[in-house]
Design a protein around this ligand. Structure first.
Ligand code: HEC
Length: 170
């Protein structure tokens, strides 16, 4: 009889201990362990992305180095590049700048304050390739959207090479 009683006490104690541990395991009693995954630098959807760490360079190479002016065009304006540029232009620019680049795209009439630039004119054509590249990359504040997320670096240079073919005949 005595043995039974002792066994009962031991087993009872074990069960109670297990039950208490389960309370923590299943978060019935929640303890904020610092190892939770949600506690880490991160950003939620629609939040501004974190800036890249200082002195980091994207795998495609630096797009442009601040204070060093416009970058050089590394992509030769051959047939392939211009053809790709034309296709990308028709997707990303044509609705504003128009098929011929004269600033008469379908949505141009709805842009009330600032009309899309006429890309055939010397004001645009006299700029360096790098300047056009930066315009596509950063947009024009409050006038033209930055398209750096739509076009890769290589694609932007293809578009620049295509813009050169839009030059108005003198
Ligand atoms: C939402 C319409 C819109 C889209 C899309 C757009 N642009 Fe523009 N773009 C504008 C407007 C508006 C201006 C005129 C800004 C101003 O008045 O200075 C402009 C200006 C420019 C200029 C002249 C900038 C300068 O400094 O003179 C270039 C070059 C240009 N766009 C190229 C492009 C290219 C290439 C694309 C596609 C990759 C593109 N744009 C897409 C609206 C657009």
């Amino acid at each position: 009889m005595r043995l039974f009683k002792q066994l009962f006490v031991v087993l009872g104690t074990l069960v109670i201990l297990l039950a208490v541990m389960m309370l923590f395991t299943y978060d019935v009693i929640k303890v904020e362990w610092p190892s939770f995954m949600e506690i880490q630098p991160s950003f939620r959807p629609m939040e501004d992305p974190l800036p890249p760490p200082e002195r980091s360079i994207p795998v495609e190479g630096p797009v442009s180095i601040p204070n060093l002016g416009a970058p050089e065009n590394p992509v030769e304006a051959d047939e392939t590049s211009v053809a790709r540029g034309a296709q990308l232009y028709s997707i990303h620019c044509q609705m504003c700048h128009g098929v011929t680049g004269e600033g008469n795209g379908q949505i141009a009439p709805f842009l009330v304050n600032f009309k899309p630039a006429n890309l055939t004119l010397p004001v645009v054509q006299d700029k360096s390739d790098g300047a056009l590249f930066l315009t596509i990359t950063n947009g024009v504040t409050d006038r033209m959207p930055a398209l750096n997320e739509n076009l890769t670096v290589r694609e932007r240079w293809d578009v620049v090479n295509f813009i050169r073919t839009l030059k108005a005949a003198p």
